[in-house]
Design a protein around this ligand. Structure first.
Ligand SMILES: [Zn+2]
Length: 130
């Protein structure tokens, strides 16, 4: 990976990080602006609970993603020669994949294998064509 390529990845990671932090700030502000209604309207309670569950799932995903981004930035600085190589097979992760997911640590085949799908994304059974 060239210096210019690493700089491009670093810029993409920083932008992703900032976008996630901004999204988090908006979410917190929205919660402050609309306090949970009191129990006088019983019908609304399940909806509020559902909204809270969705919000907390989003917070968890955002936290995981922020962790991945921080880890990628650390690797970019501390292990620049390793960056962009698949952690499982050592092959270079395709630039198009890194452009979409600069925090990726596995190539597509290894990612698919790690997720328990040996045939990769978008696979179809032969019977699908009949
Ligand atoms: Zn791999």
């Amino acid at each position: 990976m060239t210096h210019a390529e690493r700089e491009a990845v670093r810029a993409a990671l920083v932008k992703l990080h900032d976008d996630l932090v901004d999204a988090g700030a908006f979410a917190v502000k929205a919660e402050l602006d609309s306090p949970v209604p009191s129990s006088r309207d019983e019908d609304e309670a399940p909806l509020v609970e559902m909204g809270q569950a969705i919000a907390s799932a989003r917070n968890r995903e955002r936290g995981e993603r922020l962790g991945q981004i921080a880890e990628a930035l650390r690797r970019l600085v501390e292990e620049p020669d390793e960056f962009g190589l698949c952690e499982a097979c050592g092959e270079a992760i395709p630039p198009r994949r890194l452009a979409l997911m600069p925090f990726a640590t596995l190539c597509v085949p290894c990612q698919s294998a790690a997720e328990g799908d040996p045939h990769g994304p978008g696979r179809r059974k032969v019977t699908d064509y009949r």
